[in-house]
Ligand binder design. Structure first.
Ligand code: F6P
Length: 484
């Protein structure tokens, strides 16, 4: 029987108690593994002086988790370095923040090799391996070097950038070549698929085969869009939980005669937080009559705070929130509540439900699951309005939101006003259309489509020959995917 081995840098074993905080990737992978029996492998989040390759195995809420510690130098060069100072900014179109140090690339390759060697003894002949995100692009190449012929798929949770940005990376070619060791590559959006193909066709003379696959570097792979979703059923359950209800009641009691606007984002320069606050300030400036009727709750847990660019954006946001509050607040009203902390998912469900408007305005984002969770948390009879950046992957699916250009503060200000004044009938019509997307493309559909497609394509090596999708060990009750 085939098992699913999920590989990701960050491994957040689920607790099953709904106390997980923000982090779409972790929630999605936990849901995938509960359905298919298997292993979740990745970094323990800890560092040691010397890499040992010692595996730490545990079972959490029906998921087997295998983690390994990283050496301090690896953590600096691979995680803080190549992943978060090179690939993250570049893939979010921030060439100005991208560091191109050679040592980072070396650390990145070394860790991918170490991960592959550590994972190797756990792999059985029929296993299907699913690698996630930009930290681990070379993982398949390293596994192939060790003789692994199993099916290996890759999913990129962040955007794939335009060709002209990729080539600013000194070693862009080997990075893309490494992608061709996968049997299937998944992106969040059609836009990313096209950007990837643009590189392959125009930079390295790759071609499309008759059956729609891609060939380059003497290898063939398949690329497609697999938009990630939320666990809609689970979210519907937690939004009714006592904790969600308590948070909702508390917020409603504090916002009598006032409408709440909410934003929930990791503290990251890609999220457009400064632009959002400036857009909100513009709204306050343009609409003096609406000032005291509204307040913005911005939930922003600190993240990657050892990286300079994250310290800079944090300092700028502190100053900006302070300035706007100083300028506009009254003795009984504060325009922005800026909170550098995280909340449990059940608490977030209550926060979302209490908010008349949600602002999801990243400058670039792979998908953005806050947009989907906000919609899922609404009261169908009195739903709130989603303001969504056209540069979030979610915009490809959620055209019924108020789509904005987050770089334009006037556009953001106008959207806030329109959202706050939107009649109930229009809110309900928009919400129904958005909720249909959230339900129809939830995390189960994402998982089953990717795994189904991976299961049905012809593999590179001879491995997985015994594999077919019906042979999957399934722990959950979910439906079988339709193999393409
Ligand atoms: O989706 C992007 C991502 O980097 C995930 O891989 C990760 O789980 C999340 O953002 C949080 O980032 P980090 O693991 O660096 O804290």
């Amino acid at each position: 029987m085939s098992r699913l081995i999920v590989v990701s840098n960050r491994v957040n074993p689920p607790t099953g108690k709904g106390d997980e905080s923000v982090g779409g990737l972790a929630m999605a992978l936990a849901a995938a593994l509960r359905e298919y029996s298997g292993i979740w492998f990745g970094w323990s989040g800890k560092t040691t002086d010397k890499f040992t390759g010692q595996l730490n195995m545990q079972k959490a809420d029906g998921v087997t988790v295998a983690t390994v510690d990283l050496e301090e130098g690896d953590y600096q060069e691979y995680y803080n370095g190549y992943a978060n100072k090179t690939l993250w900014p570049l893939f979010h179109y921030r060439v100005d923040l991208t560091a191109y140090d050679r040592s980072f690339g070396e650390g990145y390759d070394r860790v991918n090799k170490r991960f592959a060697e550590t994972l190797l003894p756990l792999i059985e002949p029929d296993d299907v391996i699913w690698v996630h995100d930009y930290h681990l692009i070379p993982m398949a190449r390293e596994l192939r070097r060790l003789g692994v012929t199993n099916r290996i798929g890759f999913f990129l949770h962040i955007p794939w950038p335009a060709h002209q940005l990729v080539v600013t990376l000194p070693r862009h070619r080997p990075l893309v070549e490494a992608m061709f060791h996968y049997d299937l590559i998944g992106f969040q959006t059609e836009e990313s698929v096209q950007a990837f193909e643009g590189y392959v066709f125009n930079e390295v003379g790759g071609e499309r085969t008759e059956d729609g696959r891609l060939t380059a570097f003497g290898q063939t792979t398949t690329a497609g869009a697999f938009p990630i979703g939320i666990d809609a059923e689970d979210f519907a359950r937690i939004k009714e939980s006592p904790r969600a209800t308590r948070v909702y009641d508390r917020l409603m009691a504090h916002s009598v005669f006032r409408k709440m606007v909410v934003g929930v984002d990791r503290l990251d320069y890609s999220k457009g937080l400064e632009e959002r606050m400036l857009g909100y300030e513009q709204f306050l400036h343009d609409n003096p009559d609406m000032r005291g009727d509204v307040f913005l709750v911005q939930v922003t847990p600190i993240s990657r705070d050892v990286v300079d660019s994250y310290q800079d954006i944090r300092a700028r946001l502190d100053a900006l929130a302070g300035r706007i509050n100083g300028e506009y607040a009254d003795m009984d009203w504060q325009p922005i509540r800026y909170l550098n902390r995280s909340y449990r998912r059940d608490q977030l469900a209550g926060i979302y439900r209490a908010a008349r408007v949600c602002m999801v305005t990243p400058l670039r984002d792979g998908m953005n699951l806050v947009a989907k969770e906000y919609v899922a948390a609404q009261n169908p009879e009195d739903p709130g309005v989603l303001i969504l950046s056209r540069f979030a992957g979610a915009a490809e699916q959620m055209g019924e939101a108020l789509l904005v250009n987050p770089f334009s503060r006037e556009e953001v200000a106008d959207a806030i006003k329109r959202a706050l004044r939107m009649p109930l009938e229009e809110r309900i019509r928009k919400w129904r259309a958005l909720m249909k997307v959230v339900r129809d493309t939830d995390v189960g559909v994402w998982r089953d489509q990717f795994v189904g497609d991976l299961a049905s394509i012809t593999v590179k090596g001879d491995g997985g020959g015994l594999f077919h999708q019906d042979a999957f060990q399934r722990d959950g009750q979910g439906h079988h995917a339709d193999a393409a």
